[in-house]
Ligand binder design. Structure first.
Ligand SMILES: Nc1ncnc2c1ncn2[C@@H]1O[C@H](COP(=O)(O)OP(=O)(O)OP(=O)(O)O)[C@@H](O)[C@H]1O
Length: 270
């Protein structure tokens, strides 16, 4: 019924080889809150060693897509595989930097504790954390310029500092596939550069990062692939192919002026 209302096309089928190799392969994903679809019939294959910007207007379902891909919320339908296996079996391969607003900052943990949590997959949940683990966690805080704040309670850090700590935790997880939900929101220019350098380093190491990103101006600079959605998928692929004025217009409707669109798209095709 809903499918008829939304005039849905059947999802494009993935070849099994494509799905097996892909860091993330999604076919026909639909998610609803209280019977209202907020992600509809999304099929998407993430490239290996890619930096993917997930863009779309407010309420387009970007965070919902990330949470569903991680298996954190139930889906109505669809198949999700990470390197060819169901996401539940591949948790150790996945790192996640949540949206800042979704974290309980009163949680009594220091910056170092938060990063050490990223090592639990390696340490084992019920095993003691040793000095060497703390040293390793500290080395990740150093990478994001936060070693001086190791003992600070996370609630007593600024927004940008909190974001750096969560990036350090993601690095500690040593994952192959990373999901980040708006890591650039509320950070200063230096932190933004630090984050983008980390993304590039992860890519150089052969990893894939899927990142909800709001700033259309910087998207073509920071990322090499795009997934554009507005409840339904609009386009996905290499930046120069997906990030076109037609696709952005389809996703954002009248919310982007033609002059803004042409500027953005020329950046993507450079
Ligand atoms: N827990 C929830 N219960 C009910 N509705 C929700 C819930 N979370 C999100 N929604 C709704 O689902 C839709 C998609 O939300 P989502 O957060 O995925 O969008 P988004 O593209 O990430 O938005 P933004 O750019 O504003 O962060 C919105 O209409 C939102 O109001």
């Amino acid at each position: 019924m809903i499918a008829k209302l939304l005039k849905l096309q059947p999802p494009k089928s993935l070849t099994s080889d494509e799905a097996k190799r892909a860091p993330l392969a999604i076919e026909g994903l639909s998610v609803a809150y209280h019977h209202k679809p907020v992600v509809w019939d999304l099929s998407f294959v993430a490239p290996e060693q890619g930096l993917v910007a997930v863009v779309g207007p407010n309420g387009a379902g970007k965070s919902t897509f990330i949470k569903a891909a991680l298996g954190l919320i139930p889906k109505l339908s669809g198949e999700i595989t990470v390197y060819g296996k169901p996401v539940d079996q591949q948790r150790k391969l996945i790192g996640y930097v949540p949206q800042r607003g979704s974290v309980d900052w009163d949680f009594p943990a220091s910056a170092l504790d938060v990063v050490t949590m990223g090592l639990y997959g390696k340490i084992g949940w019920l095993r003691p954390v040793r000095k060497a683990h703390k040293q390793e966690a500290l080395s990740y805080l150093e990478k994001v310029g936060m070693a001086d704040f190791a003992d600070r309670q996370i609630g007593q850090l600024s927004g940008g500092q909190q974001q750096r700590v969560f990036l350090a935790r993601a690095l500690a997880q040593d994952a192959l596939l990373y999901f980040m939900d708006e890591p650039f929101v509320g950070v200063d220019a230096a932190t933004e550069r630090a984050i983008i350098n980390i993304l590039k380093r992860l890519k150089d190491q052969g990893k894939t990062v899927i990142c909800v990103h709001h700033d259309l101006q910087s998207a073509p600079d920071y990322f090499d692939h795009a997934l554009i959605l507005n409840v339904r998928p609009v386009a996905s692929g290499p930046m120069a192919e997906a990030f076109t004025s037609e696709n952005l217009q389809r996703a954002y409707g009248g919310r982007l002026a033609p002059s803004e669109l042409s500027g953005l798209v020329s950046m993507a095709s450079e």
